[in-house]
Design a protein around this ligand. Structure first.
Ligand code: F6R
Length: 607
């Protein structure tokens, strides 16, 4: 999603803004721009595509000025081209914006009727014109900004600069996050603390509805009604070191390889390996006594939640209601009186997940979140945060965050089961022992990389792929399909293996590879029957199983990937590795932009 940066400095700010925008690249974008104010003149450079294109323009035609705003745009209204790229201008006003102004059409009609001329197809341009109108009506810059912001509906974060004032930036938050950074005679605004890390770790987050007037040496924050408010300053823990790819071709490859270490680190925070017990948890959610658990998330995090449901229900006999957050938030589902709700989000900023959290809060649920970004809005609005310790995830396609989310969910399920007495102390030790082996098995799975690379060469030739799995490997099948489609653009679907004959089997012919995720477990034989049904119709099977599974299945497959023999509990974590590698290498062979696939954003702060 769009990234925002603003700086009031004592040195030329354009290069600093570009550096900060680079740190927001992970969010996904398709154009970028910078505007500065120099000697009473507002000027800007904008470019379609990657930041390199913008840097080239700035190299050829630099921007001077000690105050400026910058933006990476992920298109919502209007195609990604230079005209629609931010910053937008109208008269004395320049604006960058993340989010959607829902009443923009109505405002644009009103402004057009008053003579405003629009140059882009964006919703953002109405904000510039609206503020400019208020200035023309005699309001000061701060008054004009407040008057305009009060008329906007939707979710937005804004940074605003005025031609008439080189010591003022306005920042406003209505939904997507915004942080103010405090420096020595300099001030900054950014979509997150990661963007501001090279300049300062002294951060004030705006609360929802806040807006701020920021000067070099001071700042004032106001609530929606315009009353001054105090917000706490905090020291951000975000590192200033730009995360590098190291020896890897892509961040995604690096992040796949980091998994054993990150999973170990995550588990060590939830499990006591000396006693083989799950560590006690923050008491805000008493997993021992709650009647039901609701889980909500989006995309990959949702699939992690689905796997978590199997664990909570099977081990702890705790019923789980789960839905994707974009449905959950509007379904008005009844929630248990003595219930808790868990929200899973790598970024901690996903708009739909946050809205589901707020719905559950309004229904009296205790709120827990499993997040990677511990300073995120979802974390800050939770009663208890269960962090994953995955480190920064830069590749847009989530990999290590997924397996670390699973590590946390498995740990919580074991702890819940122990507290509810649905497993004995001996069983708890056995499960913790199994979980403690996850990193080792994951490392073994990574050794299959060369073989998976070969198989991916064939996958890169096809148009459609089906993924099948049962039990916890069913959500993993959906995750596999999601990974493949998002980075290789090959159409893929994940199904419960037993569901195949209820429709999708009609698709089977020798042009569609069917990837079957089937460790040799309790229900392996059932999956073998489904594979027979595929094989009988000429389907080409890529079987991911263990030695025992390969021997028992004894059938003709296109390829068989032999995994280490792992305990059933941790299979979806370990089997995630070949699934990720298959998608990764297929995308590499297709020549796509693996780390920043088209149309995708890392942090989805709009509905
Ligand atoms: C897929 C992917 C997305 C995210 C989803 C939720 O690889 O990364 O499906 O999982 O957008 O994002 P978070 O976890 O930040 O809430």
């Amino acid at each position: 999603m769009c990234g925002i940066v603003g700086i009031i400095g004592r040195r030329p700010v354009a290069p600093l803004i570009v550096d900060a925008l680079k740190r927001l690249e992970y969010r996904g974008y398709d154009s970028a721009g910078v505007a500065t104010l120099n000697d009473g003149v507002l000027d800007r450079r904008r470019a379609e595509g990657k930041l390199g294109n913008l840097e080239k323009k700035l190299g050829e035609d630099p921007l001077e000025g000690r105050i400026g705003i910058g933006h990476t745009r992920w298109a919502t209204h209007g195609v990604p081209n230079e005209t629609n790229a931010h910053p937008h201008f109208a008269g004395d006003v320049s604006v960058v914006h993340n989010g959607i102004i829902e009443n923009f059409a109505e405002l644009r009609d009103e402004l057009r009727a008053q003579g405003s001329e629009f140059h882009s197809q964006t919703d953002t341009e109405v904000v510039c014109h609206l503020i400019q109108r208020e200035l023309e009506n005699g309001k000061s810059e701060i008054e004009a900004a407040h008057a305009a912001i009060s008329r906007l509906q939707g979710a937005f974060a804004l940074a605003i600069m005025f031609r008439t004032n080189d010591d003022l930036l306005i920042a406003a938050r209505h939904g997507p996050p915004l942080a103010i950074g405090h420096g020595d005679g300099e001030a900054y605004v950014g979509s997150d603390a990661i963007a501001l890390a090279p300049f300062t770790n002294d951060i004030t987050y705006l609360d929802d509805g806040d807006w701020a007037a920021i000067h070099r040496d001071s700042f004032e924050i106001f609530d929606e009604a315009g009353n001054p408010v105090e917000r706490s300053r905090q020291k951000s823990t975000t590192t200033a070191i730009l995360v590098e790819k190291g020896n890897h071709r892509h961040f995604m490859e690096k992040e796949i390889h980091e998994q054993p270490e990150m999973i170990s680190h995550t588990l060590s925070n939830y499990l006591d390996f000396s006693k083989y017990e799950a560590r006690p948890l923050n008491a805000a959610i008493d997993f021992g006594t709650i009647d039901r658990l609701a889980i909500s998330a989006c995309g990959t995090a949702y699939y992690a939640g689905l796997i978590g449901k199997y664990w909570f229900e099977r081990l702890a006999r705790l019923p789980v209601d789960i839905d994707v957050a974009s449905e959950f938030r509007y379904r008005e589902m009844p929630l248990a009186k003595n219930g808790a709700a868990l929200f899973i989000s790598q970024s901690g900023e996903t708009a739909d997940t946050l809205a589901s959290l707020r719905y559950c809060r309004s229904q009296g649920q205790i709120i827990g979140s499993i997040v990677n970004a511990r300073e995120s809005t979802i974390a800050r609005e939770s009663d208890v945060v269960f962090p994953i310790f995955a480190g920064p995830e830069i590749g847009v396609a989530s990999t290590k965050a997924f397996t670390c989310q699973l590590a946390v969910l498995a740990s919580l399920a074991i702890r819940a089961a122990a507290k509810r007495g649905t497993i004995s102390p001996a069983q708890e030790k056995a499960f913790v022992r199994e979980l403690s082996e996850t990193a080792r098995y994951t490392r073994m799975a990574l050794k299959l990389e060369n073989r998976i690379e070969e198989i991916s060469r064939e996958l890169a030739q096809v148009k459609d792929v089906l993924y099948l799995g049962r039990d916890t490997n069913y959500p993993l099948a959906m995750e596999g399909a999601l990974k493949l489609k998002e980075i290789s653009y090959i159409h893929a679907e994940g199904y419960a293996a037993g569901e195949l004959k209820h429709g999708p089997i009609a698709l089977i012919d020798d042009s569609i590879p069917v990837i079957v995720i089937a460790p040799h477990d309790r229900i392996f034989e059932k999956t073998v029957s489904n594979m027979q049904e595929v094989a009988a119709r000429g389907g080409r099977i890529i079987l991911i199983t263990d030695e025992k599974g390969a021997a028992t299945a004894s059938m003709q497959t296109m390829e068989t990937i032999i995994m280490p023999d792992v305990p059933e509990l941790i299979a979806p974590i370990v089997y995630a590795v070949p699934i990720q590698l298959l998608a990764y290498y297929t995308a590499v062979f297709m020549g796509t932009d693996v780390d920043q696939p088209r149309n995708l954003a890392k942090s989805v702060t709009v509905e």
